[in-house]
Every structure is written in structure tokens, then in C-alpha cells.
Design a binder for this molecule. Structure first.
Ligand code: DQA
Length: 152
């Protein structure tokens, strides 16, 4: 199973950015952590990070026909971007939303998630482990889909 892990704006600043909320580990640490967990799970992962909404849309579109699943932390674009929602709906690739912090316990403006309407699941408040949980959700979902196809 090929999974694309997408991170949005300011997540390249992990380790520097608000460590009390996001922790002291860096984006590079995140990539290494997910990469080794995915290896153990038997999933193939690729990574993309951008601070630009249109670049994130482009990357989601390019995933069409190439990836079987997307794990996305759209960061601030979670709360504003219909374009990212439309992109995941356009490609129809099973997608799971992830947030490092528990957005449910933060400001009112973080209570809205556009991307969630196009996702099969959402994981929040579990730090870096949330990305691994998202990969497992995608793997279970895909296994469920293919066993349904076998029966038909
Ligand atoms: C975040 C939560 C968002 O509200 C915020 O804008 C981020 C990171 C998280 O991972 O907790 O940049 O997506």
C-alpha cells in the first residue's frame, strides 16, 4: 500500500514552533518516525510539506492513480480551505486527517474542519503517533474494501 503523508504550513517549523503545543521534535524527526513505523506495518510512504495552498492542491492531484491513501495534516488550512477539501474529493483517494494537537480543546476558529468532509477518519491530540494511527486506519479501510470486492 502506497501512502502519501502531506503536511501543511508551518509544520516545517516543528521543534522551533510553539514547543509547548507541538513538542521539541523536528519535521525531520517526524519523517523518520513515520518512515520506520510504516516499514514495520508494511506500508510504503512518501512525504510532502508545503506552506502554500495551491502547491498542496497540486500534490494531491498528482497523487491520483499513484497512491492508495493520503494522510494529511493541513495545519491552518484545515480551518479555511475548501480548495483542499475539493482536491481530496476530486482524486477520491481514501484520506485521513491528522492533527498533532487536540484541536477540539483549542480556539473556536480551530473547531471548523473543511477537509474532514472528505476524509474517512480524523486523529487529533496524539502527537506524532497520530500519523501512525492514520496509516493503520487507511490499511484497515483498504483491507475492508478489498475483502468486500472479493465477496462480490
Ligand atoms: C495543527 C492544528 C492547526 O489548528 C494548526 O493551525 C496547525 C497544526 C496540529 O497539527 O495540531 O498548524 O494542524
Amino acid at each position: 500500500m502506497k501512502i502519501l503523508v502531506i503536511n501543511g504550513p508551518n509544520l516545517n517549523m516543528l521543534g522551533i514552533r510553539e514547543p509547548d503545543i507541538y513538542g521539541k521534535a523536528t519535521y525531520k524527526d517526524l519523517v523518520e518516525f513515520i518512515g520506520s513505523a510504516a516499514d514495520s506495518l508494511g506500508a510504503e510512504v512518501d512525504f510532502y510539506q508545503s506552506n502554500h495552498e495551491g502547491d498542496l492542491v497540486d500534490r494531491i492531484q498528482q497523487a491520483y492513480g499513484v497512491f492508495d491513501g493520503i494522510v494529511i495534516n493541513p495545519a491552518a488550512y484545515t480551518h479555511t480551505s475548501v480548495a483542499l477539501l475539493d482536491a481530496v474529493k476530486s482524486v477520491g483517494i481514501p484520506t485521513v486527517e491528522v492533527h498533532i494537537s487536540d484541536v477540539r480543546e483549542r480556539e473556536d476558529f480551530r473547531q471548523v474542519s473543511y477537509i474532514r468532509l472528505g476524509c474517512i477518519g480524523a486523529v487529533m491530540g496524539k502527537g506524532f503517533d497520530g500519523y501512525v494511527e492514520a496509516i493503520k486506519i487507511l490499511m484497515d479501510y483498504t483491507a475492508g474494501q478489498s475483502s468486500k470486492e472479493d465477496v462480490q
